[in-house]
Design a binder for this molecule. Structure first.
Ligand SMILES: Nc1ncnc2c1ncn2[C@@H]1O[C@H](COP(=O)(O)OP(=O)(O)OP(=O)(O)O)[C@@H](O)[C@H]1O
Length: 210
């Protein structure tokens, strides 16, 4: 398996212990994380991104357990191997579209995908030199997907990536995530409430409040 998380538990201060379902994904496979508000979906995503350390359990990507990795070692590992798409695109306002993607290459110190080709595949070639402030919401979300993919990560994590998009852009964003994950052989995990996404990705786990 390319990616596995096992027996994960987490404690927010003063809260009940959250216990998570195990996940196991091969290269190119996609999975939805479903669950009620407050059940722990974002916490799970943060554990899978190495942004939080679990109280128990392990997270293994390409045979490496990174669940207890810290500091610079974790940042470097994440920069190389994990692409994250947030609910709202976090782009650098001072930079244009292409420069935002170049930053991802710069920080990961890894030769990733060709940026021109990636922009073309995401239908953004004409926006390469545009300020990110001038993009529509759908375009900005596609740029943030391009940025998450720029280093050809082995794991792509997306937190409610379609919640502010219309049907057409939702369809586009999900297809892009799926086809790009398959193309670069990554595992794809999407946290969502969005019924529209369930139609495209049948594989899911549910986080239940313990
Ligand atoms: N920093 C924190 N400190 C204390 N408790 C927290 C913290 N972050 C989250 N929690 C609690 O942990 C639980 C899980 O939160 P989390 O954000 O992971 O849920 P979620 O399923 O993503 O919710 P939503 O769908 O509403 O975004 C909730 O009860 C929340 O109040």
């Amino acid at each position: 398996m390319l990616f596995e998380s096992r027996n994960l538990e987490y404690n927010h201060p003063g809260q009940k212990t959250l216990v998570f379902p195990d996940i196991s994904l091969a290269s190119g496979e996609s999975l939805l994380v479903l669950g009620k508000s407050g059940s722990g979906k974002t916490t799970l995503l943060n554990l899978l991104a190495g942004l939080l350390k679990p109280k128990a359990g392990e997270v293994v990507l390409a045979n490496k357990d990174f669940s207890q990795m810290k500091g610079q070692e974790m940042d470097l590992f994440r920069g190389k191997e994990i692409g994250i798409v947030f609910q709202k695109p976090h782009l650098l306002a001072a930079l244009n579209v292409k420069e935002n993607l170049q930053m991802a290459h710069f920080f990961s110190k890894k030769k990733g995908q060709d940026i021109g080709q990636l922009l073309a595949e995401l239908g953004l070639s004409e926006k390469a030199k545009s300020s990110v402030l001038t993009l529509s919401e759908g375009e900005a979300q596609r740029v943030s997907i391009a940025r998450a993919l720029a280093n050809s990560p082995k794991l792509i994590l997306a937190d409610e990536p379609t919640s502010s998009l219309d049907d057409e852009n939702t369809e586009k964003v999900i297809q892009l995530l799926k086809t790009q994950a398959a193309k670069i052989g990554a595992a794809l995990i999407i946290v969502t409430h969005d019924q529209r996404v369930k139609a495209h990705i049948p594989n899911f786990v549910e986080v239940n409040p313990s």
